[in-house]
Design a protein around this ligand. Structure first.
Ligand code: MSK
Length: 685
């Protein structure tokens, strides 16, 4: 069912459209409500059942017992002043017409359009603020490390530092890496508080895209400035033109993708190492029955980096042995997991919806959290078992948790102190332990640089082979499948069903965040998964030795996708802007405001972007039409919404085929069986 159908407004169609709209919303919820598919992951199901048997509340149980507010869900509620909250919901009965709905206003006179657009912009601002604050903290630590003011951190990727210095015009000469790094860090730090001008990395975008942004006046000036202005514009009595609000949404989102997120990724790579392919495992089965299990959860990598160092320290291993443990088993959860997976091969215990379930195993001595995506429910679950929930960042404190502030100036000691607390807790582990025997192999670490190298080799690193394989039709196009889990839809089900369908149709998939973990759990992130791919994609994967689904990192690393897309444009043959590429972005199980910021910077950068699960502006036809239709005429990219994964796949493929046609590369694709010699040739392309 197309979303647009339920907006037909003629009186003749009104009743029918009301039914269609109602059924679409119901369809989104149906699976979860009927409990047909809570999760497709056997480890998750086993732990949900254990939690239920032990009377422990989890997000799955709460989702079953509490329905989302229907007015808030469609973006029809405004709580921006104390005269409200005002509600301007869509018709809830067949007697009310949409025309009557249009007469419904907030106390200040705010229309459904203004209310929906303000809510949408605030989501973008919150997401941009989260990535921006992550980037700011990384930049601070980067500069302090270069100045020698903090211990335990050093420049790991000299080549990337020098490349970035060249790009930014920072003098290299015979200066030390540390001197260069200080200048690079301080230069990028200015992007957070810049009042006028343009963000540094805007110049990385294709020239045509930069010109478009300048013409539209949406080039971000400073990261913090755009977030602050978004909050101002959405204050009561300020911006009341939904198109104006959404234009600032585009500008704010660009301050995320080409600003805070990109700065974080670049500096993390220099400081901790640019990811390269690393083999590891995923799912709750990576927890160990006879070792101290520490799960590190959140987003910012420096606490995790220090724990990774401390866990290998002979002194700490001996301390664990003194408590009867055979070792220290460090594992990750959510995007901190992705960070330490990509750089150290540390296994992943699970994605977003599994955080409470890791504790339900009864085998986790400490869950150490930093920032973002950390459920408050963890404290109550930890209270039911022996697990210590340890917060490490003053920006994320949780009532009932132990706060052990991570001090970057004493990073090594801070890391050891946290580990000691976990080890001390090993003897408190009771008999109630059940670790699901479920884990899957994966390969991660496909940074932009790695893909470049794998495709083109050390001396001619390039995206040209990828472009050639798209042009010759072996690869139909590229889909960036990213984002969260959402307890309102079947856990992992939407991601995995979608991605399987895409690779079957020769669409190369690049992934980040919890989506990557979902597909990893189902064996799609190993080269052998090429057997699930269509003939063309399979031949390329086998020739190069890569999986058909490439793990590009944490959700902050969606900026890597922007760089990859720009490289594809610059390497030629696929148009002269990102919007020309046969490429699509999808967040099929999204739940975080960061996902909306990411989706909007994809759209503002020219990418057709489809979200599943739910959509937060359905309360206004005008705003939804603007996002889903008109934005394409402005930015070359647009939003779309569809909860069914197979329908999403169809939309992705249709869009890719349209772009192929526009590029003149839509001729019948050759179907050839490759012998070994031909595959070797393919690898050389
Ligand atoms: S952790 S933002 S649930 S991807 Fe990045 Fe996963 Fe979404 Fe958090």
């Amino acid at each position: 069912m197309s979303w647009s159908l339920w907006w037909a407004r003629s009186e003749r169609d009104r009743e029918q459209q009301f039914e269609i709209r109602s059924s679409l919303i119901k369809e989104v919820r149906k699976l979860a409500e009927q409990k047909k598919v809570v999760s497709i992951d056997p480890a998750t199901i086993e732990m949900i059942e254990k939690a239920a048997a032990e009377g422990v509340s989890t997000v799955f149980e709460r989702a079953a017992n509490m329905r989302p507010c229907p007015i808030g869900e469609e973006g029809s509620c405004c709580a921006h002043c104390a005269m409200g909250p005002c509600r301007v919901p869509l018709p809830r009965n067949k007697e009310e017409t949409l025309e009557e709905h249009h007469k419904r206003k907030g106390l200040c006179g705010a229309t459904a359009e203004t209310i929906a657009a303000r809510g949408f912009l605030r989501k973008i601002a919150a997401g941009t603020a989260s990535h921006g604050d992550h980037g700011r903290e990384v930049t601070k630590i980067f500069i302090e490390a270069a100045k020698g003011e903090i211990e335990g951190f050093e420049i790991k990727d000299e080549q990337k530092l020098l490349q970035l210095a060249l790009e930014l015009g920072v003098e290299i000469g015979d200066r030390t890496n540390e001197e260069i790094a200080i200048d690079v860090g301080e230069l990028l730090q200015q992007d957070f508080g810049r009042q006028e001008g343009e963000l540094t990395f805007i110049k990385r975008a294709p020239l045509k895209r930069q010109e478009l942004w300048r013409k539209l006046d949406v080039v971000p000036r400073g990261i913090d400035r755009e977030v602050a202005e978004a909050m101002h514009r959405t204050h009561m009595g300020c911006d009341q033109d939904y198109k104006s609000l959404l234009a600032h949404g585009a500008r704010t989102s660009l301050a995320d993708g080409w600003g805070g997120a990109m700065i974080a990724t670049e500096l993390q790579d220099i400081l901790f190492g640019t990811p390269a392919p690393a083999a590891s495992q995923v799912n709750l089965g990576v927890l160990k029955a006879d070792e101290v299990n520490v799960v590190i959860h959140g987003h910012e990598p420096y606490v995790a980096e220090m724990l990774a160092v401390a866990a290998q320290d002979p002194e700490m291993i001996a301390y664990a042995a003194s408590k009867g443990a055979k070792g220290i088993n460090l594992t990750g959860m959510c995007c901190t997991a992705n960070e330490i997976l990509m750089r150290h091969g540390i296994p992943i215990a699970g994605n977003f919806l599994q955080q409470e379930l890791a504790i339900v195993t009864g085998a986790v001595e400490a869950m150490v959290v930093d920032v973002q995506c950390i459920m408050q429910g963890l404290a109550e679950v930890a209270n039911c078992y022996h697990t210590k929930l340890i917060t490490t960042d003053a920006r994320t404190k949780i009532e009932g948790a132990i706060h052990m502030q991570f001090d970057a100036h004493k990073a090594v000691e801070s890391g050891k102190e946290i580990l000691r607390a976990a080890i001390d807790n090993y003897s408190n582990r009771g008999e109630n332990v059940r670790i699901p025997d479920v884990k899957t192999d994966l390969i991660a670490g496909f940074s932009h640089e790695t893909i470049n190298y794998l495709l083109g080799g050390l001396f001619r690193a390039s995206y040209r082979p990828l472009n050639d394989n798209i042009i010759n039709g072996r690869i139909r196009g590229v889909a960036g499948v990213v984002g969260c889990n959402n307890a309102r839809v079947g856990h992992d089900d939407v991601h995995v069903t979608l991605v399987k369908e895409l690779i079957k149709n020769d669409v190369l998939v690049i992934e980040t965040g919890c989506a990557a973990m979902a597909c990893a759990k189902f064996g799609l992130l190993v080269p052998e998964a090429a057997e699930f791919a269509g003939e063309g994609l399979r031949s390329v994967c086998e020739a190069v030795g890569i999986p058909p689904v490439l793990h590009m990192g944490a959700c902050i690393d969606n900026s890597r996708i922007l760089i990859a897309a720009t490289s594809m444009v610059k390497d030629g043959g696929l148009g002269d802007d990102i919007s020309d590429l046969p490429a699509v972005g999808v967040a099929a199980e999204w739940m975080s405001e960061k996902a909306i910021a990411i989706g909007q910077y994809f759209v503002s950068s020219g990418v057709y972007t489809i979200f599943g699960a739910t959509w937060p502006t359905l309360g206004s036809k005008e705003v939804t039409d603007y996002l889903f239709k008109e934005m394409e005429g402005i930015y070359g990219g647009k939003w779309d919404f569809e909860p069914d994964p197979l329908k999403i796949a169809e939309m992705v493929i249709n869009h890719i085929d349209e772009k192929r046609k526009a590029l003149g590369i839509d001729k019948a694709r050759e179907r050839v069986l490759y012998d070994m010699e031909m595959r070797r040739e393919l690898g050389k392309v």
